[in-house]
Ligand binder design. Structure first.
Ligand SMILES: [Zn+2]
Length: 355
């Protein structure tokens, strides 16, 4: 495939390669061009394809917190983020999936606006603005969740855009979506619900499924999160048996990947997980990279000229110096993610020069 943003049939080819190759791609949340560039740099360095995604809050930040109309900012920020990736991705020599993160019931208008902008982008460029949008109605009852997802999916399918839905609830909270107080049984998706989703959505277009198997957003003390990846296996097997499909028919998404046990990440790869979301760990990496630099150069963050030595501090407080430390720390954390998910060296992109 050509390097750059992938969508439609190429996206499905990429997913198939992940599942057959027993690897997954990190889906990294971004909040600005610095984090987008760090993800692209890390993917290029590791010769891995990658998923870049933005939450509603990340999109608002991308557009600028100073914009008074926060809804407009969420739409504009998501558009400008995607446009930055469309412009830059191919230059990094890897394939990139563009995704939006959790949109619950109150955020459906955000997705509808992005679909509308996506349609005009598609008419002009022949490409969708986003590879896939996530619609997370897991807090609603399942019939509403599936019918509303199907309605939006029909609009997306016309412009070769996929959808990610969620069944069962990811614990914790991500950017205002979700809650810390959920019935325990909701943290584990029922295989019968997955089957229902497949029967309704598969005829419409391409969907991926965030199935809950005890995963939680954020990082907690060891022992607080009980992952049961066998739930994914049971869901796959029920569909295989009921409709005689090939092995691992669902394209599964692992939410709350930050802080997860490496052996359980590995187990989930065998059950059709192709996408693992990572946000908390890259947030911390960025903060630590910048923080370490600030603590080590604290004079430069208080004085333009060192009062003791008289030395100008400009080179140290230049934002390119310390934001870069944050970017480097994101790259280092993603080196680990590409290794854990076994995607390093597996990019499907072939450049014009054959490399
Ligand atoms: Zn999530």
């Amino acid at each position: 495939m050509k390097p750059g943003v992938v969508f439609g049939q190429d996206y499905q080819t990429l997913i198939k390669a992940c599942k057959e190759g027993g690897y997954a791609l990190p889906a990294v949340n971004v909040v600005g061009t610095h984090s987008v560039n760090a993800v692209l740099e890390a993917a290029s360095k590791n010769k891995s394809d990658v998923i870049i995604q933005v939450s509603n809050g990340g999109a608002q930040f991308f557009a600028g917190k100073g914009l008074e109309d926060s809804f407009a900012a969420k739409v504009l920020g998501a558009i400008t983020m995607a446009q930055h990736v469309h412009m830059m991705a191919e230059h990094y020599g890897i394939c990139v999936v563009l995704h939006t993160d959790h949109a619950d019931k109150k955020l459906i208008p955000w997705i509808e606006e992005l679909i509308a902008h996506g349609q005009s982008f598609y008419e002009i460029t022949g490409k969708p603005l986003y590879t896939s949008h996530m619609v997370d109605l897991s807090a609603e009852d399942i019939d509403y969740n599936l019918m509303e997802s199907a309605r939006l999916m029909k609009l997306m399918a016309e412009m070769e855009t996929s959808i990610e839905i969620e069944l069962g609830v990811t614990g914790g909270e991500e950017d205002g979506v979700g809650s810390d107080e959920i019935d325990n049984d909701k943290l584990y998706t029922q295989p019968e619900d997955c089957l229902k989703a497949w029967e309704l959505l598969n005829p419409i277009g391409h969907f991926s499924l965030a199935a809950s198997f005890g995963n939680v957003h954020g990082v907690y003390k060891p022992g607080n999160v009980k992952l049961r990846p066998e739930i994914l296996k049971n869901s796959q097997e029920l569909l295989e048996k009921t409709h005689g499909t090939e092995k691992n028919p669902y394209d599964l998404v692992f939410h709350g990947g930050s802080g997860s046990d490496k052996s359980q990440i590995e187990e989930s790869l065998g059950y059709g997980v192709f996408k693992m979301n990572i946000d908390t760990d890259t947030q911390f990496a960025f903060a630590k990279g910048v923080g370490d630099y600030v603590f080590a150069n604290d004079v430069a963050f208080k004085h333009q000229i060192d009062p003791a030595s008289g030395e100008p501090q400009k080179k140290k407080y230049d934002p390119r110096a310390w934001i870069r430390k944050g970017e480097e720390a994101i790259v280092a954390r993603l080196d680990e993610a590409f290794a854990d998910l076994k995607s390093a060296g597996k990019t499907l992109a072939i450049r014009d020069d054959g490399n």
